[in-house]
Design a protein around this ligand. Structure first.
Ligand SMILES: Cc1ncc(COP(=O)(O)O)c(C=O)c1O
Length: 369
C-alpha cells in the first residue's frame, strides 16, 4: 500500500516533477553499496547513461555523489592539462560558474565572454583557438539555463577538433531532454545530473567520457581529492564501486527514471517537452507577457519572461499565489533585467501547462481589480 503523494507542477529548471514510480523507487531494501547486487545496479546505470548520449563502447560514464556543480568542478579540475590553458565560453551564469571553478583551482584560462543570453560567435571562438596554441581544451554549456538559450555545441565541436583541443560540455539541463549525439558532436566529456530532464531525484551527477581522452588524465595533477575524475573512473573500473559512499536510494530512483526514459523514447520526450514549450510560449504571449529570446534560439525547455509592468505586480506575491495552487515558478537570473523563468521539463504535459496558464491569468486578474 502506497501513500498518495501530492503532485506538484515544478516549473523551476530542476529538480523536476517526477512520476510516482520514480518516487516509490526510493523505498528499497537497505543494502551495502559494496555488495555485488548494488554494483550491478550501478553498472547498468552507467551503461544506460552512455546509451542515452548515443555513445558506444569507446565511452564510459563516471558517477559522483553531488549536484551538477560537482561534475562541472570535477571535469574542469581534472581535464585541464598541466602548464596548458582551458578556454571557457561564458554567455550565462553556468559559463560564468565554470570560469569561477577555473579561478578556484588557479588554472590558466581564457574566458570567451558574452553578455548573459547573447549568442556565441563561432568564428571568434575559432580565431581564439587558432591564435593561442597553449589552449588545450574548451568548455561550454549546451542549454544555458540562465535564459533558455541553446548554444551551438555541434558547430563549436567541429572548431574545437580542428584545433586539436579536448571538448567539455555542460549538458546538465539538456541531457535526456534534447537528443544529443556525443560522437557526432565530438564531445569528449559531457556532464549532467539525475534530477533534470532524466526525471530522477537530486543527488547524483555524472560525466560521460571518451575513454581515450579519459586515459590521458592518468598523470595529470590531482587538484582535488574527492572530485578527481580519473581516480573515480579507475575505482569504478577496478571494483565496480564508487570510491566513497554513493546515495543508494537516489540511484534506485535513477534506475527507474532511466527505465521510464527508454519506455517513452528520447525523441518522444523531446517532442513532449516541445509541445509543453509551444503551449506555454503562446499562452504567455496571449496573456500579454514579453519573452527574452526569439523562438528559434530557445531550448524548448525554458523561457525567460519579462515581468509585467502592472501597478499591483510583485514576483513574490505571484510566486506565492501560484505555489498555493501547486505550481512552482522561478526568479530570473539576468542582473539588470526584471525577468522570471518557467521551465517545462519533467513529468508534465500540455494539460498541466494549460492549468498553469489559467492560474496565472487568474493571478493577473486578481491584481487588476
Ligand atoms: C546548465 C547548468 N549547469 C550547471 C548547473 C548546476 O547544477 P546544480 O545546481 O545541481 O549544482 C545547472 C543548474 O541548474 C545548470 O542548469
Amino acid at each position: 500500500m502506497w501513500l498518495k503523494v501530492k503532485r506538484n507542477i515544478l516549473l523551476n529548471p530542476g529538480p523536476a516533477t517526477t512520476t510516482d514510480s520514480v518516487k516509490r523507487a526510493l523505498v528499497a531494501p537497505d543494502i551495502c553499496p559494496r555488495e555485488k547486487e548494488f554494483c550491478e545496479v550501478v553498472r547498468e546505470i552507467r551503461n544506460n547513461l552512455v546509451k542515452i548520449a548515443h555513445g558506444d563502447d569507446s565511452y564510459t560514464c563516471v558517477l559522483f555523489a553531488g549536484s551538477g556543480t560537482s561534475v562541472m568542478d570535477a571535469a574542469i579540475n581534472s581535464v585541464t592539462p598541466p602548464a596548458k590553458k582551458i578556454a571557457i565560453i561564458n554567455n550565462g551564469a553556468y559559463g560564468e560558474r565554470m570560469v569561477k571553478i577555473a579561478q578556484a583551482y588557479n588554472l590558466d584560462y581564457v574566458e570567451i565572454k558574452y553578455e548573459f543570453g547573447a549568442k556565441i560567435n563561432p568564428s571568434q571562438v575559432a580565431e581564439i583557438l587558432k591564435k593561442d596554441k597553449d589552449i588545450a581544451c574548451l568548455a561550454m554549456v549546451h542549454h544555458e539555463t540562465t535564459t533558455g538559450l541553446l548554444n551551438p555545441v555541434k558547430e563549436i565541436g567541429k572548431i574545437v577538433k580542428e584545433n586539436n583541443c579536448v571538448f567539455i560540455v555542460d549538458t546538465i539541463s539538456s541531457f535526456a531532454g534534447i537528443p544529443i549525439d556525443i560522437k557526432d558532436w565530438q564531445i569528449d566529456f559531457m556532464m549532467s545530473t539525475s534530477n533534470k530532464c532524466i526525471q530522477g531525484m537530486a543527488g547524483v551527477a555524472f560525466i560521460i567520457c571518451k575513454k581515450s581522452e579519459l586515459e590521458k588524465l592518468k598523470d595529470y595533477p590531482r587538484r582535488s581529492f574527492y572530485l578527481n575524475l580519473y581516480d573515480q573512473y579507475l575505482y569504478f573500473e577496478k571494483t565496480g564501486q564508487s570510491q566513497f559512499t554513493p546515495p543508494v536510494q537516489i540511484l534506485y530512483a535513477l534506475k527507474q527514471a532511466i527505465k521510464e526514459y527508454f519506455a517513452e523514447g528520447g525523441e518522444n520526450r523531446y517532442q513532449r517537452y516541445t509541445e509543453n514549450w509551444k503551449v506555454l510560449r503562446q499562452g504567455l504571449l496571449d496573456l500579454g507577457f514579453k519573452l527574452f529570446h526569439e523562438p528559434e534560439d530557445e531550448s524548448h525547455i525554458l523561457l525567460t519572461v519579462y515581468e509585467p509592468e502592472l501597478p499591483g505586480y510583485n514576483f513574490e506575491a505571484m510566486h506565492d499565489y501560484l505555489y498555493a495552487r501547486g505550481f512552482t515558478i522561478y526568479p530570473g537570473k539576468i542582473g539588470n533585467k526584471n525577468t522570471f523563468r518557467l521551465a517545462n521539463m519533467g513529468e508534465i504535459n500540455t494539460k498541466d501547462i494549460k492549468k498553469f496558464l489559467k492560474a496565472l491569468a487568474s493571478y493577473l486578474k486578481s491584481i487588476q481589480r
